[in-house]
Write a protein that binds this ligand. Structure first.
Ligand code: AFP
Length: 323
């Protein structure tokens, strides 16, 4: 099995980007260790603080964020970072070539039940004309990402990453301490009979999503003429990993549960990096109005509607919005 750096060099990834990726992965190895020791190290449960999004932070959210932030800022490779757990973007080196957005621990509600969690990251080139502390550094659409990935802290620690040349799976080999390539050019099957959505929000969705899901639930007696299975891990890393592995449609649609918050998932830390991975694997990643990666961001903590996964199923879902 190939090691990470030679695999990236084979894809002609520039050396400075490889160095940054290795820095990010050093942080994930440390987070993976802390996650495995969380109960023993007194890191379960919540802090007394809320993040900028008004969500109570878990102790591990804070530890993972500090680790990730420190390692990135000390590396000298980044001009700025933005994190789901930070109020604003944080300036790095003025001559840093890249900016990194990350969710240090996605799926925090799974921490205390020893279930799937992960780290998501997205890399863009820094804008040389803007200062490191200028938040406009992050006003870049997903279609200009140079790398995106996640690390899943599951039964094995897995890295799923793209630099725009396919989506590849790696596994952390603890015997030598590095990630090994286990599957190149993962492909999301175009058709599926599996969907992922938080059904408890059903009554708050818009009519097109209500109708689409009702038709899936009707199974082989309904208009789709086949049965669908449902899965919900409550961590996008886990749900998207399943979609990349065996297909499916994953959606967090608009809802009217809270008039001030029609969408749940974050564009920069969740939707954009996952869209890049899904599209590079032949899948589709959309809102009900267009391609996620074509959205021009207005704010680092912006939220967005997400419908992604197996191409034919995403198109089918979107057809309900055109009716
Ligand atoms: P956190 O990053 O705050 O843990 O949120 C996880 C998440 O944004 C995403 O990973 C899940 O798909 C989604 O929330 C789960 O949402 P529900 O709470 O509605 O199940």
């Amino acid at each position: 099995m190939q090691r990470l750096a030679p695999a990236l060099r084979a894809d002609n990834v520039p050396l400075d980007l490889i160095s940054l990726i290795k820095t990010i992965l050093a942080a994930t190895k440390e987070i993976s260790f802390r996650v495995s020791q969380a109960q023993l190290g007194g890191l379960m449960g919540s802090t007394l603080d809320e993040n900028i999004q008004g969500e109570v932070q878990k102790k591990l959210d804070v530890v993972a964020n500090e680790l990730f932030k420190d390692i990135l800022l000390e590396s000298g490779f980044v001009k700025a970072i933005s994190s789901e757990e930070e109020d604003t973007s944080v300036a790095g080196e003025d001559n840093g070539k890249f900016i990194v957005s990350f969710d240090p621990l996605d799926g925090s509600s799974n921490i205390d039940i020893n279930s799937l969690i992960g780290t998501i990251f997205s890399i863009h080139k820094a804008k040389p004309e803007l200062a490191a502390g200028d938040p406009d550094q992050f006003k870049q659409a997903g279609n200009t990402q140079v790398c995106a990935g996640y690390v899943l802290y599951g039964p094995s620690t897995m890295l799923v990453m793209t630099t725009g040349k396919g989506t590849h799976f790696y596994v952390l080999d603890r015997t030598h301490g590095g990630y090994l390539l286990v599957e190149r050019n993962v492909q999301v099957p175009v058709d599926t009979q599996e969907f992922a959505i938080n059904m408890s929000n059903q009554r708050f969705w818009q009519a097109p999503m209500q109708n689409y899901i009702n038709d899936l639930l009707a199974g082989d007696t309904g208009p789709r003429g086949k049965n669908f299975n449902m899965r919900w891990i409550a961590a996008m890393v886990g749900d998207i990993h399943r979609v990349l592995t065996r297909g499916g449609i994953f959606t967090y649609p608009a809802d009217n549960k809270d008039a001030n918050k029609p969408y749940k998932l974050r564009l920069m830390y969740e939707a954009n990096p996952m869209s890049f991975l899904i599209e590079q694997a032949g899948g589709m990643a959309m809102t009900s109005e267009g391609r996620i990666m074509d959205m021009e961001p207005s704010d680092i903590h912006q939220r967005v509607e997400v419908i992604m996964g197996s191409k034919n199923e995403v198109e089918h879902c979107l057809s309900y919005y055109k009716k």
